[in-house]
Structure formats: structure tokens, C-alpha cells
Design a protein around this ligand. Structure first.
Ligand code: NAI
Length: 329
């Protein structure tokens, strides 16, 4: 029976790990430690490891688990930008992800953030906490009159378009590889045209070495005045300082950021009582026209179950048939 160590396991995942370890006939242990070169040694005595999106599977960490005899590494999330695939290949470690655990979880959250921005919900709630019931400055807009721009039209982008279609037919899309399914429900346009025409822009492409800070000062300057920007994909797809500056100057009316370039080590744990050293994050959180959430878009009961199940099935597939449909290399 293969021995598997799952890193960075939360309480809400433990029962699913037990349930699906039995289903896939695997001996699974869990640790709360995130995976990195510092915690890689914990994998001693195991055959495979399961990591999360905020774990760092860099060359050093992969070398350590390789020396320990680990043959398989799988994320239990879609993103794998923190896995050094070149190093994994060189070391002969089979690397997988969980590409499709529940695209609805993220897409519904992106729409939630967009609606909250459109109707000034964060400021409204902040005022209520101070028993300030005035509505001045809280006037909203109606999504039916707005144009939505979706960057990245894979699984999550497609569902997000479907969800926004409940509000408006005016949906623009941009992807390096346009697909026919999306063409039926949105209009593909060039990147600059999407920036120019969209009232709400929602990002759903993966972070790659080619799109670091895709949304920076220059891209923002091409957007409509008063645009709403939603990022539930990866923090480094935007230059958060440029976004903050643009919100301050009202070029961007509202921004909602579920992901943050420097979130590692901060997000997914309770930092209450600690002084936040990251001044940029502090400013983003405290700005009335910016929503910041702690990488929570994926977090539904359905998605968590799927993530655990599929990560274990990746390992079981490789063990039984020699390959997995979710292999990244
Ligand atoms: P996917 O692989 O199904 O789709 C990604 C799409 O982006 C593809 O159509 C691809 O052609 C396109 N793309 C790649 N590079 C691009 C670029 N530079 N410009 C425009 N389009 C580009 O991925 P899926 O499942 O839709 O996930 C998208 C991303 O969402 C993930 O990579 C991950 O970063 C993020 N995510 C965030 C979560 C959260 O909790 N906040 C949870 C799950 C995913």
C-alpha cells in the first residue's frame, strides 16, 4: 500500500482524507505544515506527497523529497505555479494537479465579489458597524447595463461567463486559445479592446512566466474610467501597488482581490494581534473601495471534497495504471 503524506491539511479536510484513503487503498497521513524545502524532510518513509496552492515545491524542496524516494507529488488545487516542473522532470518526480474540482466555487465567488462592488457592499457594511445609516455615496449600478470582460476562458472563466449571463448578454472574452464553447456565449476580442470596453474585468487565467503583472499601470491606463477589477486567479497577475494607486485616483472604482502576490505565509492562518508588516496589503485591506479576501474563492464543501478525492485518485491511478490524466509533465 502506498504511503502518502498530505501537507498543509486543514480540519475540514481530514474526514475526506480518511474516507478516500479507504476508497483508493492508500495509507494517508496528514500534517498541518505547509510544504517547502524546510518541511520536505517530513516526507521520509512515504512514497507520495500532496501539497496545497500556498506550498512551495521549488528545486531544493523537490531535491529533498527525491532523495527521500518520493516518486509522486500532486497538488490538491488547480494552480501549480509554485511547483518547479522542470526540476520535477529532471528528478523523475511525477507531478499532478487537480484541474477541475469545482469551477463553480471560484466563478460564483467572482460574481459575488463583482456584485458586492457594484452595490458598494463593503462600505455599506462598514458604515452599519458604526450605526451610520446614511446612504449618501452608496448609489450602485445595475449589471444588466454593464459589459463584463473575462480574461482566461478555461473551466472557471467559462462558468463565470455563464453566471454573468444571468445578468447581461454583453460579455467580452480574451484568451490565448479561444474555444468554441465560449464563442457561443461571449465575444472574443483582443486584450486591449477588452480593457477598453469592459465595466467589470474578472481574471481567470493561470499565472505563467509570460503574464506576470498582466494588469499593471499601462494596462490600467487602457481601461474605462470607473472600471471594477476582480482577481480570483493569482496575485502576481496584477501589480497590486498600481491597482491601489488607480483606486486612489478613481481610475478603478472598485477592486476585489481574493489573491495577493505576497500572500504566502500570511493567508490561511489567523494573524489577529500581529502587526501586519506588509504596508501595501494593509492599505489594500483598509481602503473603502477595495475588497481583500484570503484566497477563499475555492472554499466550498463540494470543492474541498473533490480536491482531496482527486489528489488521492491521481496517486492511485499512477500506482495502478502507470499514469494519471492529471499529470503536468
Ligand atoms: P484552465 O486551465 O481551465 O483555464 C485557463 C485559461 O486561461 C485557458 O483557457 C488558457 O488558455 C488561458 N490562458 C493562459 N494564459 C493566458 C493569458 N496570458 N492570457 C489569457 N488567457 C490565458 O484553468 P481554470 O481551472 O479555469 O483556473 C484558472 C485559474 O484560477 C487557475 O490557474 C488558478 O490560478 C485560479 N484559481 C484560483 C482559486 C482561488 O481559490 N482563488 C481556486 C482555483 C483556481
Amino acid at each position: 500500500m502506498l504511503k502518502v503524506l498530505a501537507y498543509n491539511v486543514r480540519e475540514d479536510e481530514v474526514a475526506f482524507f480518511h474516507e478516500y484513503a479507504d476508497v483508493y487503498d492508500l495509507d494517508v497521513r496528514c500534517t498541518i505544515d505547509p510544504f517547502s524545502s524546510e518541511s520536505a524532510y517530513l516526507a521520509k518513509g512515504h512514497d507520495a506527497v500532496i501539497i496545497q496552492g500556498n506550498c512551495i515545491a521549488d528545486e531544493r524542496a523537490l531535491e529533498i523529497i527525491h532523495e527521500l524516494g518520493i516518486k509522486i507529488l500532486t497538488t490538491r488545487c488547480a494552480g501549480y505555479d509554485k511547483v518547479d516542473l522542470d526540476a520535477a522532470q529532471r528528478l523523475g518526480i511525477r507531478a499532478c494537479n487537480v484541474p477541475a474540482y469545482s469551477p463553480n466555487a471560484v466563478s460564483e465567488y467572482a460574481v459575488t465579489l463583482a456584485l458586492a462592488c457594484v452595490r458598494n457592499l463593503p462600505l455599506t457594511i462598514r458604515r452599519m458597524h458604526n450605526y451610520n445609516f446614511a446612504i449618501k455615496g452608496l448609489i450602485g449600478r445595475e449589471v444588466k447595463d454593464m459589459t463584463i470582460g473575462i480574461i482566461g476562458t478555461g473551466r472557471i472563466g467559462y462558468e463565470t461567463i455563464r453566471n454573468f449571463r444571468g445578468f447581461t448578454d454583453s460579455i467580452l472574452a480574451y484568451d490565448l486559445y479561444p474555444n468554441d464553447k465560449v464563442k457561443e456565449i461571449a465575444d472574443y476580442v483582443a486584450f486591449d479592446e477588452l480593457l477598453k470596453r469592459s465595466d467589470i474585468i474578472s481574471i481567470h487565467c493561470p499565472l505563467t512566466k509570460d503574464n506576470y503583472h498582466l494588469i499593471d499601470k499601462e494596462a490600467i491606463s487602457k481601461m474605462k474610467d470607473g472600471v471594477i477589477l476582480i482577481n480570483t486567479s493569482r496575485g502576481a497577475l496584477i501589480d497590486a501597488q498600481d491597482v491601489l494607486d488607480a483606486v486612489k485616483s478613481h481610475k478603478i472604482a472598485k477592486a476585489a482581490l481574493d489573491v495577493y502576490e505576497y500572500e504566502n505565509g500570511l493567508y490561511l492562518k489567523n494573524n489577529a494581534g500581529d502587526d501586519l508588516e506588509d504596508q501595501l496589503l494593509k492599505e489594500l485591506i483598509n481602503h473603502n473601495n477595495i475588497i481583500v479576501t484570503p484566497h477563499i474563492a475555492f472554499y466550498t464543501d463540494e470543492a474541498v471534497k473533490n480536491m482531496v478525492q482527486i489528489s488521492l485518485s491521481n496517486i492511485a491511478e499512477i500506482e495502478k495504471s502507470g499514469s494519471s490524466q492529471n499529470e503536468l509533465i
